[in-house]
Design a protein around this ligand. Structure first.
Ligand code: FMN
Ligand code: SF4
Length: 483
């Protein structure tokens, strides 16, 4: 792979939107130190080092850089949770990107690794730490190679290491390759993996990384895109950043669009104001639905997000508007389904992923995810009964008790149930297995009704399910449920 030319980031589509993190993608050699320095690279670090660490932290806090890993928590505020008097403390960069549909961090690491390294240095300086770990997903061979080469260049040029640029600021950056587990993207599982353990999430509380993180020390975990914004902010200031987008969602954000659009790809869009309609139908973006079909549904924020309908097309990329409408922006992955989509099958494909990725630490996810997958398989492949449909919802209730968020539908006369949900699991993988099932069943009930028989084999027994195969119908025993 070494030296493989990738002239332009596969999948990236440039347009007239201000480019904060993708400005170098047009250059064939955007990943080299030479190109980076020739296009303003490491000037943000120099600007930061001319100021006190607290001022740099204040600038990032003022910019309101929302975390781009999924939760959207402002980076500057998160950094403020680190206790000042504990040493050592760490920065961990989350480059484990594996949410279905998401492929923006990979492009940032492949196309502009120095920007990420500079972001790490600025963050380390701002919060006063000297050890950073950069965790890159196992399958991303080109990203690993590019970041490793860039890091060697940065060490050799004096940007990383001891007494950076002649100051008394020193930071080491260690690269770590993952082994390809989705759940390791969850920050505490990633920390476990870095420590050499199986990548299983920790309970929060008490294991909030800012308080008890890597090796039990205060740790910031930030996403690749979050940190890639910092050089621009140091060069241009928080005020300029906030002039783009909205007050609560400033700047730009990268979104990855996949599915049934004419031009899928990664776009840098203006945060807070760009709407899903702009993105899916805009000529500068996806250019409409393939074959000019109708839009059936779309997933607005990665495979874990509850689905949206054409009713929600005019919502902007603004978490405070998307949440009340029943979903989330998550990792910035939009999956588009046109009128030809087999909805139960689409739901199965996502649920199967999350069931497979369960780490097994908590029962509702480990067992529930598998149940969901098996029951849904039975329905999709024509062996399901009506009872299976309610069983799916019952299993979902054991993972997410209470109302589960969903979009409003004019067609069905449904009002939205706002995000988020209750959960009985340690992390979001369990609920993520249920989200597609719930969306599909709630928003497209007819597609399931058409597929199942009227036979009611019973009320379902846990003991029966392990014997189910994905395609063989079985008879469930009738048990008393007390109702
Ligand atoms: C199951 C799961 C998978 C996740 N995967 C990723 C990931 O691949 N990349 C990422 O940055 N954050 C991921 N997150 C979110 C991280 O836990 C964490 O919130 C994020 O890295 C913090 O960075 P940010 O504040 O800059 O967004 C995941 C969370 C969960 C629950
Ligand atoms: S929800 Fe699933 S993936 Fe997350 S800790 Fe529990 S078993 Fe593991």
């Amino acid at each position: 792979m070494r030296g493989t030319p990738i002239p332009h980031a596969a999948g990236f589509v440039a347009n007239d939107t201000p480019q904060i993190v993708t400005s170098r993608f047009e250059h064939d050699d955007s990943f080299t130190l030479e190109r980076y320095e020739a296009t303003g690279g490491y000037q943000g670090l120099r600007a930061a080092l001319d100021r006190a660490p607290g001022e740099v932290h204040g600038e990032v806090r003022d910019a309101t850089v929302l975390g781009r890993g999924g939760a959207g928590f402002p980076a500057g505020i998160k950094w403020g949770f680190m206790p000042g008097d504990v040493w050592p403390k760490y920065l961990v960069v989350n480059g484990d990107e594996s949410e279905p549909g998401t492929y923006k961090d990979r492009l940032l690491m492949e196309r502009d690794p120095h920007q990420l390294i500079e972001g790490c240095l600025i963050a380390s300086y701002a919060v006063g730490l000297s050890q950073c770990f950069l965790y890159i997903r196992g399958e991303m061979a080109v990203a690993q190679e590019r970041v490793a080469d860039a890091l060697n260049e940065a060490y050799a040029a004096g940007y990383v290491g001891q007494n950076i640029l002649g100051t008394d600021f020193s930071v080491d950056i260690v690269l770590h390759w993952g082994a390809g587990a989705y759940v390791v993207g969850e920050e505490t599982a990633l920390i476990e993996s870095l420590e050499g353990n199986r990548g299983m999430p920790r309970l929060k509380p008490p294991y909030f990384p800012a308080a008890i993180g890597l090796y039990g020390k205060p740790t910031i975990v930030n996403n690749v895109e979050t940190l890639s914004n910092l050089p621009w902010i140091m060069n241009n200031g928080a005020a300029a950043y906030k002039e783009i987008g909205t007050e609560t969602s400033p700047g730009t954000r990268m979104v990855a669009v996949s599915g049934h659009v004419k031009r899928p790809g990664v776009f840098e869009i203006i945060n807070g104001t760009t709407t899903f309609r702009d993105l899916i139908y805009g000529e500068d973006y996806c250019g409409g639905i393939r074959d000019d079909n109708d839009l059936k549904a779309f997933v607005p924020g990665g495979g874990s997000a509850p689905w949206f309908l054409p009713d929600q097309l005019d919502l902007p990329f603004e978490g405070s508007q998307v949440g009340p409408q029943g979903s989330m922006l998550g990792s910035g992955a939009i999956m588009v389904m046109d009128s030809t989509t087999d909805i139960p099958k689409a739901a199965l494909s996502l649920t199967r992923f999350y069931a497979h990725e369960s780490c097994g630490k908590c029962v509702p996810c480990r067992e529930g995810g598998t149940w969901l997958e098996k029951i849904l398989s039975r329905v999709v492949y024509g062996h399901g009964s009506k009872r299976d449909l309610s069983l799916l919802l019952e299993v979902g209730q054991s993972i997410c008790p209470g109302d589960f968020p969903h979009a409003a539908s004019e067609r069905l006369g449904l009002e939205a149930v706002p995000f988020p949900y209750n959960m009985t699991t340690i992390c979001f993988v369990g609920p993520s297995a249920f989200a597609p099932v719930h969306s599909a069943l709630t928003l497209f009930p007819a597609e399931f009704a058409d597929r199942v028989s009227d036979d009611d084999p019973g009320t379902g027994l846990a003991g029966d399910l392990p014997s189910l195969s994905t395609s063989v119908p079985v008879e469930l025993k009738k048990v008393s449920t007390g109702d």
